[in-house]
Ligand binder design. Structure first.
Ligand SMILES: C[S@@+](CC[C@H](N)C(=O)[O-])C[C@H]1O[C@@H](n2cnc3c(N)ncnc32)[C@H](O)[C@@H]1O
Length: 391
């Protein structure tokens, strides 16, 4: 049985007359909700036209979750969004790229760590909403779009519809990012400005979603010169070309045309070898047993491979390995150096509250107080060879 239902937390349901919404009611309209035998709580559309100084948002989720979002500083603290949704003097312009559609190019030099933009989503949707039948799931997202303020509706309708199905669903599927919120629940968020950034397997910008401000931040991870396209990655790039191409085709529906995907097969083969070696070294550095082949030299090689692969957006991972490896052999100054570098890079990719960023900041202050300090002192140094094997 599928039903249109009212929600216990709400005083009434089933109509959309905003004039009847009481003053202290947090949403602009009465939520429309559906449930069935697969759902433990109805899924509803909760719209706030006032959110983010009138940009608006709609949330497709249970009432329990929607009210948890309301507790976040993004809703509760008027100052929380000061640095967000500022598009009056952008450091980029929109341009057409053959084979990729629209994209953004820098109009001034951007340095590593520069904020390119930060935005609140127009949509947050619980991915479990697929438990509803399609017609009801679609009714919720159509209702949400109709309820957005008109400028945000225009932004939504300007999004690419790659799959040419239901016009609302298609724009969500082509442009949504997956994020983990409310204790690790998967949500889809739609951010029209960030959705203009194309994918590159060797991107020059990184992004993260900040749960407190419900905002998506994009920063440069290397110098980007005027006229250069600003790119992010949609996937994990530490994989062979064939796997990256297949992933983009399957999950995003396009043939990747970035330079590392379209390189000569000989160069692709060299790149794939480097990626395999990076994976082997990373797993050796993650081995904390007395037979581990981890050495500071192997960690330095890992950094060099990331640089050679132009994987600057994820270089923080290699620096973290180096910081922990140096610490494990009791080399305080190198541990501090690489911990500082790791924290600087990783915050751009993982966000302000990330545990790895916090751990690296602690190590940069005092490596001797961290868990890996001198963990490998006394281990026989075996070393990892070019093939990733012990020599
Ligand atoms: C989030 S949108 C990016 C903006 C899009 N180009 C537009 O015109 O709206 C994602 C879509 O852009 C295109 N795209 C992004 N990166 C690409 C790439 N590296 N190669 C080819 N197409 C790409 C694909 O059509 C993909 O489905």
């Amino acid at each position: 049985m599928h039903s249109f239902v009212s929600v216990g937390l709400l005083a009434a349901a089933g109509h959309h007359d905003s004039s009847q919404v009481p003053k202290d009611f947090p949403w602009t309209f009465w939520p429309e909700c559906y449930s069935n035998e697969n759902t433990t709580e109805p899924y509803c559309v909760f719209t706030s036209q006032n959110f983010a100084s009138g940009r608006g948002i709609f949330i497709v989720d249970t009432a329990t979750n929607a009210y948890q979002f309301l507790q976040k500083p993004a809703f509760a603290d008027p100052n929380a969004l000061r640095r967000v949704n500022q598009y009056s003097n952008p450091s980029f312009e929109q341009r057409e790229f053959p084979g990729k559609g629209r994209g953004l190019v820098a109009n001034k030099t951007l340095h590593r760590g520069d904020q390119i933009f930060a935005s609140t989503p127009l949509i947050i949707a619980n991915t479990d909403v697929y438990d509803l039948v399609d017609s009801e799931r679609l009714a919720l997202s159509h209702r949400g779009v109709e309820q957005l303020p008109s400028t945000s509706q225009t932004l939504f309708w300007s999004l690419l519809d790659h799959f040419k199905g239901d016009p609302v669903d298609d724009r969500i599927n082509t442009n949504a990012f997956e994020v983990y919120l409310l204790g690790g629940q998967v949500k889809h968020v739609v951010l029209p400005e960030i959705a203009m950034l194309n994918h590159d397997c060797r991107p020059n910008a990184a992004y993260f979603f900040d749960e407190d401000t419900l905002s998506h931040y994009v920063h440069a991870t290397q110098t980007i010169y005027p006229g250069e396209e600003i790119t992010i990655t949609y996937i994990n790039n530490e994989r062979a070309r064939e796997k990256r191409v297949a992933n983009l085709k399957m999950n995003w529906g396009f043939e990747c045309s970035c330079s590392s995907c379209s390189a000569h097969p000989e160069l692709v083969s060299q790149s794939d070898d480097r990626i395999q070696q990076m994976r082997d070294i990373a797993s050796a550095l993650d081995d904390w047993t007395p037979t581990s082949t981890a050495t500071p030299e192997a960690a330095e090689l890992l950094i060099s491979l990331y640089e050679q692969e132009r994987l600057y957006a994820s270089l923080g991972v290699a620096y973290k390995h180096a910081a922990e490896t140096y610490a494990s052999f009791g080399d305080k100054w190198n541990a501090m150096k690489f911990a500082r570098l790791s924290a600087e890079y990783e915050v751009l990719d993982k966000g302000f509250g990330d545990v790895d960023v916090g751990a690296m900041r602690k190590m940069a202050e005092d490596p001797e107080m961290t868990w890996s300090w001198k963990k490998r002192v006394g281990f026989e140094r075996r070393g990892v060879g070019a093939c990733g094997h012990v020599h």
